[in-house]
Design a protein around this ligand. Sequence first.
Ligand code: HEC
Ligand code: HEC
Length: 204
Amino acid sequence: MANRQHLPGHPKLTTAFVLCLLLGTSALSHAGDPQEIVKTVCAACHGIDGNSVDPANPKLAGMDQEYLMRQLKAFAAGKRRDETMTGIIAGIDPLDFSRLAAYYGKMTPTPGKVNDAQLATKGKALYDDGNTDSGVPACAGCHQPDGRGNARFPRVAGQHQAYALKQLADYKSGRRATDPLMTTVGKRLTVDEAKALAEYMAGL
Ligand code: HEC
Ligand code: HEC
């Protein structure tokens, strides 16, 4: 208290000065420098090279840039909801979305790992041919037989099982409402089919 009376306004001035510095540097580092944002914000979960280690966090490496960009916008708009990503994206300048998408899209994806070969074989049949009884279309028709995808249909090859499974469940429940086609596919899949598919896609 005594200090404040002796130096009126001083702490405030310091705070304002520090704030200016912080804002100044962050504005500088955000302009055309996605690497800085990746390092300080995204890498902890997605890796510096887009190959996440925790299977709950998707690999972003090698995914189409337009697709990644659409997802960032979908999180920002609330069309796709996730406890983690929704909050993080709220703190990112939308002007940086395309640079972040380009950064991760250019990285080389590491192969995924199949843990259950028998399950993956079941997944392959569904992936290639669908299930005519329940009206599940062949995944290969859109995501490509090798799972590499394109701007319209995302890469699913080598993706973590846990992440892929959550997406299929989110389409089914409507939590992820980014695309009517995948919502229809998700609604028609059983939990067992989704598990087999996730296992197969991890090995593509
Ligand atoms: C604390 C962990 C965490 C951090 C930090 C994080 N993410 Fe994510 N990210 C996730 C999770 C979990 C998901 C899956 C969300 C879901 O299930 O819908 C995700 C999903 C995504 C997706 C959608 C991928 C796809 O295949 O559809 C993109 C794009 C993405 N994150 C980009 C970023 C970028 C860019 C940053 C940094 C600005 C970032 N993330 C920071 C955890 C994180
Ligand atoms: C008619 C085309 C079409 C078919 C058939 C299709 N998909 Fe998709 N899929 C899409 C589109 C488009 C998206 C991206 C949607 C979005 O923006 O959310 C997608 C997204 C996904 C994702 C989320 C990827 C990510 O990184 O978040 C998974 C997983 C997936 N599809 C799995 C499958 C599986 C498994 C099948 C087969 C049972 C299948 N898809 C069939 C069009 C299709």
